[in-house]
Design a protein around this ligand. Structure first.
Ligand code: MIG
Length: 662
């Protein structure tokens, strides 16, 4: 059962699409205060756990830290980070005598103090006094999540090829560079389905334009790539360059489709293209207009997109430049002190994505004119909605790959997300594993992190270990930043080790795709914490470095350097499946603790007792994958397989499910 409460006049975020009447009583369970904003407080006992919050740092159980729900262009993902790119305000609270869910639907900052300030208090607070609160009761954690997911609508379904291995780099600078990346993968038989185009494919970073010199005749190039079963996936940034003669800019100004400043003039800020305007994605007409532009690229053969910088990220505004100049001028006129230097340094350093800028522009929404700051968390969501709706219009019967950096619950209906600018750090393998279940709880199923790490230098062993987790994530993308060491698999010694790991991914695609579709259709999780699956097992409840994938398998990847293996906890008897040089061997293991040796070039995963999963043969792309030729492995005798054409929307056909028997 879901109860909905309203405070003030909430902005209709369209996160929840189910019709739920507003309850006029007090919010259940929490002590509510409406003085100085909104506060919801709950006493926690020592053993209580709090799950959820989607894209956030730290553990699967969020207890012990304070998180700010505010979409942030934040490349530092550390234990101290309070905000990442997504704002996902859904939690499940598990107490001795009751378990319930809560969703705080508010498009500006909400703070979740999860027994941080006070060791026994969960305090959710916001300066904003306009908010919907939903309380969800159910028999189990899964039941609560299923109800919530039912209320927010079905998750995005990517095309099947989006389960292939994909390669990115900021940036491949020409068609020839991309040809070389593809050639190397094909030559070494490392499977590959797509290559991304980062910002340099555009002419001076202008959305929906092509750099003629290095990417001219993109249509012919897309065709050439497609002949090798490779798709191209361009990036689209939120900011539109201010440049006379650039049609997107001129149309947007003429039609009034950009966000405006306090005087009603298009708001200006600097991002990659230089000074830009931000499309007003909260205006449905502007959304339709921008979304229709994607057709320029789909007409050239593009079948996927990633939306970036849509928190929106702002390097600086004219206001920041003017104020900085003023400060420098004042300092130059007198004797310069250490304090002056620090003040200047602090000021300049805090200009990027600053609150002052977010307070300085406005949206023209069907619900009225809103200051950006008050609806900030909806920007990336609605940019991506704009794209999804445009793509649907352009080609109604085709699924596109689409994922975004910024997000809010509701966007999960339109696309996936990637978890942004992580680093080539061992701790970020574990961080990825831990963020995945929370994302699923909030509806985001098509998810993945930059494999090998975006920032810093990636080593061979790091990439091997990271891929051993990445083969289980729906989005499987290797990506790295400008100026870092190149980390395509073929850059390292013995590339066949990478090939074998990625081959295993392709062998698992019939399983991973089936489990994805089941999770999407039923509002279930694809990545499950052991705590949810084995709730009466105290050890399982506190195991946060292993996951259940779908209904049949468990993973326990290595995430430390120079390890020869790791401790694994088996909450029940399982079959260990070991991949070594492309060969699979099976070992029956008993419930309990084990040290499992896992070489860098091996992958070990576990099939639960009495369960079976299908495997196909590997192929160098999903187009060549024979998903009909399957063998069942594991101790079970059957598996419920989901298949469809992988492209269209015939997803509710009951014939898509077949029971495979040994
Ligand atoms: O300010 O387009 O997270 O994946 O490669 C950096 C360049 C802008 C941030 C994205 C990253 C992408 C990069 N972008």
């Amino acid at each position: 059962m879901i109860k909905k409460y309203a405070f003030g006049t909430p902005y209709e975020t369209e996160a929840v699409i189910a019709d739920i009447p507003v309850n006029t009583g007090d919010v259940d369970y929490f002590v509510t205060s409406t003085e100085d904003g909104l506060k919801f407080s709950l006493q926690l006992q020592k053993k209580d756990a709090v799950y959820g919050l989607g894209e956030s740092v730290r553990g699967i159980n969020k207890r012990g830290y304070i998180y700010n729900s505010f979409c942030a262009d934040e490349p530092n993902h550390t234990e101290a980070t309070r905000s990442l790119y997504g704002a996902h305000n859904f939690i499940v609270i598990e107490q001795a005598d009751r378990t319930f869910g809560a969703f705080f639907d508010c498009p500006t900052t909400v703070t979740f103090d999860v027994a941080f300030t006070k060791a026994d208090e969960l305090l959710i607070s916001s300066e904003c006094t306009n908010m919907y609160v939903y309380i969800i009761e159910g028999s189990t954690v899964y039941d609560i999540i299923r109800q919530f997911r039912g209320a927010i609508g079905m998750s995005y379904i990517p095309p099947m090829w989006a389960f292939g291995y994909t390669q990115c780099r900021w940036s491949y600078l020409s068609k020839d560079e991309i040809r070389e990346v593809v050639r190397k993968h094909r030559e070494l038989h490392i499977p590959l389905d797509a290559v991304y185009l980062d910002i340099d494919y555009m002419e001076r970073y202008k959305d929906f334009t092509i750099d003629e010199e290095n990417f001219g005749d993109l249509e012919a190039f897309a065709k050439e790539m497609k002949e090798q079963n490779i798709r191209l996936v361009p990036i689209i940034d939120a900011g539109v360059k201010i440049e006379d003669g650039y049609d997107v800019y001129e149309e947007g100004v003429e039609k009034g489709y950009f966000c405006t400043d306090k005087d009603g003039k298009p708001f200006e800020a600097c991002v990659w293209p230089g000074m830009t305007h931000f499309p007003d994605f909260l205006n449905p007409e502007a959304r339709r207009w921008f979304g229709a532009k994607y057709k320029i690229l789909t007409d050239m053969g593009m079948e996927g997109f990633w939306n970036d910088m849509n928190e929106p990220a702002i390097f600086f505004s004219q206001n920041s430049v003017d104020k900085t100049a003023q400060m420098v001028k004042e300092m130059a006129d007198k004797e310069f002190t250490i304090d002056d230097f620090r003040t200047l340094q602090g000021y300049v350093g805090s200009r990027q994505n600053c609150e002052e800028d977010y307070s300085g522009f406005y949206h023209n929404t069907p619900q009225g004119r809103y200051c950006h700051k008050d609806v900030h968390n909806l920007y990336g969501y609605n940019m991506t909605r704009s794209a999804a709706e445009g793509l649907k219009e352009a080609e109604p019967h085709k699924r596109f790959l689409l994922f975004s950096r910024a997000s809010y619950i509701g966007m999960h209906r339109y696309s996936g997300i990637w978890t942004g600018d992580n680093h080539s750090w061992w701790s970020h393998i574990l961080a990825e594993l831990r963020v995945l279940p929370g994302l699923n709880m909030c509806g985001f199923l098509y998810v993945g992190a930059d494999l090998g790490g975006f920032g810093c230098e990636c080593s061979r062993d790091l990439l091997l270990r990271w891929l051993s987790l990445g083969i289980f994530t729906p989005l499987m993308r290797n990506h790295s930043a400008l100026g870092t060491r190149y980390q395509e698999c073929y850059r390292f010694e013995n590339p066949e080790d990478f090939k074998h790991i990625i081959d295993l991914r392709y062998r698992l695609i019939p399983y991973l795709y089936s489990e994805y579709m089941k999770a999407a259709k039923n509002g279930d999780m694809y990545f499950k914490p052991l705590a949810f699956e084995y709730k009466d097992d105290e050890t399982a409840r506190h195991t946060e470095d292993q996951l259940i994938i779908g209904n049949e398998i468990m993973i326990a990847p290595v995430y430390t350097q120079n390890a020869i293996g790791r401790y694994v906890y088996l909450p029940e008897d399982m079959t260990a499946v070991r991949m070594n040089q492309g060969n699979l061997t099976f070992t029956q293991m008993t419930k309990g603790h084990h040290f499992v040796e896992i070489a860098e070039n091996e992958v070990v995963f576990y099939i639960r007792k009495g369960k079976a999963i299908p495997l196909c043969k590997s192929a160098e792309s999903t187009s060549e994958l024979n998903t009909k030729d399957l063998e069942l492995i594991g101790t079970g005798n059957e598996y419920l397989l989901y298949t469809d054409d992988g492209i269209g929307f015939d997803i509710d056909n009951p014939e898509n499910f077949v029971t495979l028997k040994k």
